[in-house]
Ligand binder design. Structure first.
Ligand code: HEC
Length: 194
């Protein structure tokens, strides 16, 4: 049976299309994921800094970027049900520069230029550390069709040490906190931003 006919038959029978899974190139790079705009939108953060000195009390913080985070709807369903991220979970973090004073805008910020498409991917069979991290916008804003996993020190270490659940910063994604309140625990002493 042709794939389209099979998908149609499964859909009619109450099954949906299978979860989008990662594709790899021959030289072990991750192929740029597609279709994520239609995935589940789990959170948005603005201007978060993780380095010492990037404190909110700092009178002149650097202008930050917006982070929009998406994950496969099937991975979300599994997480909501079990509290675990299934194998082949992909979280896409779109990094966007802020814009202001354009069109009718007089204050506040809107999202302007996309500067990063970062991906967190769980694939224990392929990566001995379970999770690997990629970016599909390279040096000088170059769009990449394939991307090599970052070294462990660059990304994995911080995610592993501080992500509330299985390397994922679920504590900062309201949609995941709503589904599994236990991941919000680290935010109990939250300070309100102004
Ligand atoms: C010092 C800590 C730290 C380092 C190093 C770090 N991250 Fe993150 N990352 C975070 C935090 C905190 C968040 C969640 C909040 C946000 O930034 O919006 C996050 C979120 C993410 C997400 C969204 C999914 C998730 O796992 O929560 C991706 C994708 C991501 N980072 C990719 C990367 C990549 C690629 C690198 C390495 C180049 C990297 N990160 C390095 C702290 C870090």
């Amino acid at each position: 049976m042709k794939r389209a006919a099979l998908v149609f038959a499964l859909t009619c029978a109450g099954f949906s299309e299978p979860m989008a899974t990662p594709k790899y190139s021959n030289d072990d790079k991750l192929v740029r994921p597609t279709g994520w705009r239609r995935w589940m939108f789990v959170g948005a953060n603005y201007g978060m800094g993780y380095a010492p000195g990037e404190n909110i009390d700092n009178p002149k913080p650097k202008p930050g970027t917006f982070h929009n985070i998406y994950m496969q709807p099937e991975a979300y369903d599994h997480f909501a049900k079990t509290g675990e991220f299934p194998e082949k979970t992909m979280l896409i973090m779109e990094v966007v520069k802020p814009g202001t004073h354009a069109s009718i805008n007089k204050r506040g910020m809107f999202q302007s230029e996309q500067v990063g498409i970062e991906v967190a991917l769980k694939d224990s069979k392929r990566f001995s550390d379970k999770w690997a991290y990629f970016n599909f916008i390279g040096e000088g804003g170059k769009q990449l069709n394939e991307s090599k996993a970052f070294e462990k020190d660059a990304c994995w270490k911080c995610h592993n040490a501080h992500g509330a659940k299985d390397n994922v910063f679920a504590q900062f994604y309201p949609v995941l906190r709503e589904a599994r309140p236990e991941v919000g625990e680290p935010l109990k002493t939250v300070k309100s931003a102004h």
